[in-house]
Write a protein that binds this ligand. Structure first.
Ligand code: NAD
Length: 350
């Protein structure tokens, strides 16, 4: 099998050829048809996350071991199933649930392996889908993909799934106005999900006019370019000077977090999703006085992923795939994403 591996932070991905493994027990060998190129692959490639104040969290301190094959948005075809893998056989088209946990901690026991204390996520802590084949540890992490194309399906395993979880959290206070910050892979899915499952009027914020045009096409009721002075005032004016009931920050960097908190109304609900990183200072009294909720959202569980496949199958959400790369072009795909040249999602078809 052929894969493109990250061998160290910032180094070009390296093409590696190894013998294709045979599955045993619950394992399933999947032939990769498409793998999404997610901004989290970039963080893995860069070696970690900006914690602000000059601090950096290395992915190796979180348990990542290089070399590793990135790619957690994997859609493919079952090539061979191990003897104890039930429900799947050669030729089945599947989406991989990549947020694999220990199966034993309280989060895993509650069905939320994405929030596991000791995660084993694919494409991060174990080899993922920038490869022509990938070994899935158990058939339990596969979902059948009838009626959804492989390229489209990739984003349902991460960007769509994360957006779905985040929007559900943001919808807890039945918002009239929901601000979505970031119109990238996650944010554009967030807009579609928000229009599908909430009654909120959606205001999308980005610093790129082309991304904002796409946001309008996806259903955003209003768009605001945060590069322009007075973005906060523009949002307040749309929200009748009261502020937004909910904010979902798919960037989560100092300028976006500050903007989000500034325009959040009393009793508001702020959901932080992006991993761009950094830190901000907060005036502590405003949190109790405004009685706001600030919470994080991290990917989603297997059940959420199957619900999302149904929404895609019914045509309620339509992930945008704007660019396709071969496995040999994996470095180009990551570089284009870093340079903000990708609208929606790019996929690699190995
Ligand atoms: P992307 O690169 O596709 O999109 C990022 C968008 O943010 C772009 O449209 C860009 O123009 C915009 N942007 C950047 N800086 C901005 C700023 N200061 N103000 C306004 N807009 C700005 O990235 P993506 O794949 O959508 O991922 C977004 C973030 O979410 C990444 O950090 C990624 O690692 C993270 N992520 C988090 C989870 C989770 O579960 N919490 C899951 C997947 C990805």
């Amino acid at each position: 099998m052929n894969s493109a591996k990250i061998v160290g932070p910032g180094e070009p991905l390296t093409a590696v050829s190894t013998e294709t493994p045979r599955p045993s027990g619950e394992q399933v060998l999947v032939k990769v048809d498409a793998v999404g190129v997610c901004h989290s692959d970039l963080h893995l490639w860069e070696g970690g996350y900006d914690l602000g104040d000059g601090k950096f969290m290395k992915v190796t301190d979180r348990g990542v071991k290089y070399p590793v094959t990135p790619g957690h948005e994997i859609a493919g075809t079952v090539e061979e199933a191990g003897g104890e893998a039930s429900g799947f056989s050669k030729g089945d088209r599947v989406l991989v649930y990549p947020w694999i946990g220990c199966t034993e901690c309280p989060a895993c026991a509650a069905g939320n392996e994405n929030l596991c204390d000791t995660p084993r996520s694919m494409g991060i802590f174990q080899d993922g889908g920038y490869a022509d084949y990938v070994m899935i540890p158990s058939y339990r992490y596969l979902a059948m993909l009838d009626g959804v194309g492989a390229d489209t399906a990739t984003s349902l395993a991460c960007s769509g799934l994360t957006a779905y979880t985040a929007i559900k959290k943001a919808n807890a206070n039945s918002p009239e106005y929901m601000v979505i910050i970031g119109a990238g892979g996650l944010g554009l899915m967030g807009i579609q999900v928000a229009k599908a499952i909430t009654k909120a009027k959606v205001i999308c914020v980005d610093l790129d006019d082309e991304k904002l045009r796409t946001a309008s096409e996806m259903g955003a009721d209003h768009t605001v370019n945060s590069k322009e002075p007075g973005a906060d005032k523009a949002i307040m004016s749309i929200c009748n000077q009261k502020g937004a009931d909910s904010v979902v920050d798919f960037v989560n960097a100092p300028p976006t977090a500050r903007l989000g908190l500034d325009i959040l109304r009393k009793r508001g609900n702020m959901v932080m999703v992006g991993l761009f990183g950094g830190s901000i200072e907060m005036s502590l009294v405003t949190i109790p006085l405004k009685s706001i909720v600030i919470q994080g959202a991290y990917t989603g569980n297997y059940t959420d992923m199957t619900e999302l496949i149904k929404l895609a199958r019914d045509g309620v959400i339509n992930p945008i795939i704007s660019k396709k790369y071969t496995l040999a072009e994996a470095n180009d795909a990551l570089t284009a994403l870093k340079e903000r040249k990708i609208i929606g999602r790019a996929v690699i078809n190995p």
